[in-house]
Design a binder for this molecule. Structure first.
Ligand code: NAD
Length: 495
């Protein structure tokens, strides 16, 4: 490693540390292609150390035994610690991922609000008493922390995505190990430094850094993990699922999407254009909820496509730290190569590139990609079926509502969907018919920690955020008590 890289350390058992063998890797700025930070590469031994620390914090430490109200207060304190650092956190995330600073700064502030929300949930996990007959035993049902949580996060929107795991897990009294993405570890470690100021019991909150292999695999396969909360791609999910056959960890999967935005002839076109642009060019298309398939009704097809082309060509692509920039680079060169390959395959099969399709002129450095629109006559083309995680919009024409529904539900993914129409009945019918975890009607890409988030089918299972999020990090216990005052009867005498 060169001396001018900013060195980072992992946070395990309340201490900052390097990887045991001293291994590290560089983090690269996607806008400049320059390495800027040095990140520890955790080995299996480091993973074991983190899990042992989290396990002993859970079994013997004070956090699970702290009153829920006190835990809630700590999370609200965390929110206060984040607020003055939101700008710095956002800047580091931008340097690490290429995501617009305007957006990462906003998200860092939003993360503070998320911890306020989760702090508020900490003492609202009520149990209940099932209404057994009066002459039966009394049972009460309680919700206890699940144990040691492994949180695996992707690089995009990492601090915010991690908040949906760390917030409810800590609120419920668990200990947690976050495995940062190898493409954006610095921001997660900066966040760990803020958590460190809280002085949580050692081992309660840990951040490890490293690659999927060995770090992610060793963490999710560890026999002492009780709960895995994963956000990332479907192929990684397929590698994690078998591990849970051994450790029986409860698993939730927040995966990718190929979400449709359906625009009917009667839509407010200005509004629909804004919704489509937000859905696919926001975050350079690198979002699980990206509206990457536009289904356009035939009566409005030419007009809307023309409007979109004009707006896409006017997008300011460039340095994500500059306030005026509207679209930054992709996070990795591999994503750009893949996008180029799948566009080429689709064109070979008959797709027509309306605008974009490659690297923008005048950007010799950085993993930039043009805002791209592709017309597709066939819903089965690779660019319509594959999650590209890039600013690439595939457009398919439809004639009526039934066809729109069939197309909308016509991929393996089912994360989100959007509908633009002035007919409120049709908006509601479409919202019912599209099989996905989040539907937007006459808007797109808006969310809040108050609202549950997650997909159907190959977009994953489990929901994050919303009022039930904390339950997902608990176990349910039923306690039955003899109340008659009589001694326990002989079990071999019936009646
Ligand atoms: P990825 O699946 O490549 O990596 C995600 C994380 O998994 C990383 O930390 C990685 O190191 C880790 N990992 C890799 N191999 C592993 C293994 N064998 N065991 C355990 N962990 C392993 O995803 P990515 O490229 O970082 O992110 C993009 C993907 O994430 C897209 O598919 C996107 O749709 C999805 N995503 C989903 C949501 C959501 O809320 N549903 C949000 C953001 C991103």
């Amino acid at each position: 490693m060169t001396a001018d890289l900013q060195p980072y350390q992992m946070f395990i058992a309340g201490d900052w540390c390097q990887a045991e063998g001293g291994e590290s890797f560089a983090s690269t700025n996607p806008a400049t292609e320059e390495d800027w930070a040095e990140i520890p590469a955790a080995s299996e031994a480091d993973v074991n150390r983190a899990v042992e620390a989290a396990r002993s914090a859970f079994e013997e430490g004070p956090w699970p035994r702290t009153s829920p109200t006190e835990r809630g207060k700590k999370l609200r304190q965390l929110a206060e610690l984040i607020k003055p650092k939101a700008e710095d956190l956002g800047r580091i995330e931008t340097i690490d991922t290429g995501k617009l600073f305007r957006e990462t700064r906003w998200q860092a502030n939003n993360v503070a609000a998320m911890y306020e929300f989760y702090g508020g949930l900490a003492d609202k996990v009520n149990g209940y008493v099932p209404p057994l007959a009066p002459d039966q035993n009394l049972m009460y049902v309680t919700h206890e922390p699940v144990g040691v949580v492994a949180a695996i996060v992707p690089w995009n929107t990492q601090i915010q995505l991690a908040a949906n795991k760390v917030g409810p897990a800590l609120a419920a009294g668990n200990s947690i190990i976050v495995k940062a993405s190898e493409h954006a570890s610095a921001a997660m470690l900066e966040f760990a430094a803020i958590v460190a100021e809280l002085d949580l019991p050692p081992g309660t909150f840990n951040v490890i850094t490293g690659h999927g292999e060995p770090c992610g695999r060793a963490l999710t396969a560890h026999p002492q993990i009780d709960r895995i909360s994963f956000t990332g791609g479907i192929e990684t999910a397929r590698r994690i699922i078998p591990s849970t056959a051994n450790n029986i960890a409860k698993l939730s999967l927040e995966l990718g999407g190929k979400s449709p935005v359906v625009v009917f002839d009667d839509a407010d076109l200005e509004s629909a254009v804004n919704g489509v642009l937000a859905g696919i060019f926001g975050a350079s298309g690198q979002s699980c909820a990206a509206g990457s398939r536009l289904l356009l009704q035939e009566g409005v097809y030419d007009k809307m496509l023309g409007m979109l082309k004009e707006r896409a060509e006017a997008i300011l692509v460039g340095d994500p730290l500059v306030e005026a920039t509207q679209m930054g680079p992709l996070a990795t060169p591999a994503q750009r190569d893949r996008a180029e390959r799948i566009i080429q395959q689709s064109v070979d099969l008959g797709a027509r590139v309306i605008t974009g399709g490659g690297r923008p002129a005048g950007q010799p450095k950085g993993w930039y990609f043009e805002p791209t629109i592709i017309e597709c006559d066939d819903q089965n083309l690779p660019c319509v079926q594959t999650e590209l995680f890039a600013p690439i919009l595939s457009v398919v024409k439809f004639s009526d509502e039934a066809e729109a529904v069939a197309l909308a539900n016509g991929t393996e993914f089912a994360f989100a969907g959007g509908v633009f129409t002035r007919d409120s009945g049709r908006g509601i019918r479409m919202a019912r018919a599209i099989r996905a975890g989040r539907i937007w009607v006459n808007t797109y890409r808006r969310s809040s920690v108050l609202t549950p988030f997650g997909g159907f089918r190959n977009s994953g299972y489990g929901r994050e955020a919303g009022i039930d999020a904390i339950r997902d990090f608990t176990e349910t216990k039923g306690t039955m008590i003899e109340v008659s005052g009589k001694p326990m009867a002989d079990p071999f005498i019936m009646g």
